[in-house]
Design a protein around this ligand. Sequence first.
Ligand code: HEC
Length: 163
Amino acid sequence: MSIHSRRDIITEEVSVKALKQVTLAAVLGALSMTALAEIKPFEAVEYRKGIFKAVKWQFGPMGDMVKGKIDYDAEEFSRRATNLAALSHMPLEGFRAGTYASSTSALPSIEDDWQTFADTMTQFQNNTAALQQAAASGDMKTIKPAFITVARTCKSCHDKFKD
Ligand code: HEC
């Protein structure tokens, strides 16, 4: 390969890169994406509420199966347990400074006692991971106690940190 053609290839690569960057900027602009630092308090509140809505969406039918209100479906239960375990890692970043005043039922004690709140969220992550594992057994005798442990984690956090 001659030096000249090699330079052509490099130039081409650079311009493809530049094009990709321009395209990404245009796409992000169209989605009106903002940098994390520019997030407004209401956006953080909407974000965490949205995650908890999804948590409820997944957890509700699991509870109905554990209680025998609807038939236990091992595949569905497992899928929801996997979703729940993934969701458990998402709310914490929505609890930002200055987001406890309006349109929220999160208590300001979250900010004052951040370590306890973050630790409870870690328990939530561990307990939903354990539930996901129990779900894989396909055995309600194994699943039920793991489910109850998660439900207690929801309640203990809400009792302390939610209106
Ligand atoms: C570590 C603390 C914590 C854990 C664990 C937790 N929550 Fe919450 N949850 C909160 C807080 C704080 C709010 C209030 C969020 C807000 O209004 O800004 C909330 C809000 C909610 C909401 C209301 C969302 C809305 O529509 O505004 C639902 C539903 C909910 N949680 C369900 C659950 C369920 C079900 C679990 C367990 C499977 C759970 N949460 C576990 C802290 C927690």
